[in-house]
Design a protein around this ligand. Structure first.
Ligand SMILES: CCCCCCCCCCCCCC(=O)SCCNC(=O)CCNC(=O)[C@H](O)C(C)(C)COP(=O)(O)OP(=O)(O)OC[C@H]1O[C@@H](n2cnc3c(N)ncnc32)[C@H](O)[C@@H]1OP(=O)(O)O
Length: 198
């Protein structure tokens, strides 16, 4: 099935740094330890999520199914990213380049945009680990500001699973790994679909 959405590495707005890192990670995928999460896979996950019914949230009709927040910006102006998943290590890596519409303090990324990308990345990790989950909390510490247009690497990992609870930690580094921008700890809870009302 075609998603109607091209893979993001086609985008001209990707910086040299982002392209370079992307190709490095694609190389890591060759032995099967890491897998690239394609646009199609993302879209399929979102589509499945839109069909769920829980806590009085009714499934969406086909026509109502919109893009997720991070894909609602014109190319290069918002969230440019690619994600890679390591099943055995329960890790996710998101290569992220934030555009000018995500500005907070002049020239810098808004903290809400940063946590959005962290939250989205680890929500995909927790969902791939135990099924659909929602963020119960995310505690983020901003250590250094991120310049608009720079490329950062979000690393997320599952620390512990207790029944429906998934505890994760994550960090945001510069592409050269010299600068630690943010760190977060979070809890995601698997959706209790059995209790859901239809
Ligand atoms: C997503 C990936 C791909 C798919 C793409 C989709 C589109 C993209 C989506 C992108 C999305 C990006 C992500 C987003 O933006 S998700 C959107 C932001 N998050 C929300 O809106 C979630 C709102 N909260 C809830 O709906 C419920 O509270 C949830 C579902 C989280 C739990 O309610 P539920 O009724 O199910 O469970 P429970 O209350 O019996 O609790 C169960 C256990 O958890 C423990 N607990 C709960 N809360 C907390 C807490 N704060 N601190 C510490 N512990 C907490 C609780 O003590 C208990 O533990 P225990 O007593 O059993 O030991």
């Amino acid at each position: 099935m075609s998603t109607g959405r091209r893979e993001t590495w086609d985008r001209r707005c990707w910086s040299e740094d982002l392209r370079h890192l992307f190709h490095q990670f694609m190389k890591k995928c060759e032995d099967g330890s890491w897998t690239y999460i394609s646009e199609k896979e993302m879209l399929d996950l979102q589509k499945k999520a839109s069909e769920l019914s829980f806590q009085n949230v009714k499934p969406m009709k086909k026509k109502q199914f919109p893009s997720t927040l991070t894909r609602n910006f014109q190319e290069g102006l918002g969230f440019e990213y690619a994600m890679f998943y390591n099943k055995d290590e329960r890790r996710i890596v998101c290569l992220f380049q934030g555009g000018p519409l995500l500005q907070g303090f002049p020239g810098l990324l808004h903290g809400g945009a940063i946590v959005t990308m962290v939250d989205y990345s680890i929500s995909i990790l927790s969902t791939k680990t135990i099924g659909f989950t929602m963020t119960a909390y995310i505690n983020i510490t901003y250590k250094r500001p991120i310049p608009i247009g720079s490329v950062v690497v979000i690393n997320g990992q599952v620390d512990k699973i207790e029944e429906r609870k998934v505890f994760l930690s994550s960090s945001v580094h510069s592409a050269d790994e010299k600068t630690l921008y943010s760190e977060a700890t979070s809890l995601f809870v698997q959706l209790n679909l059995e209790k859901s009302e239809t």
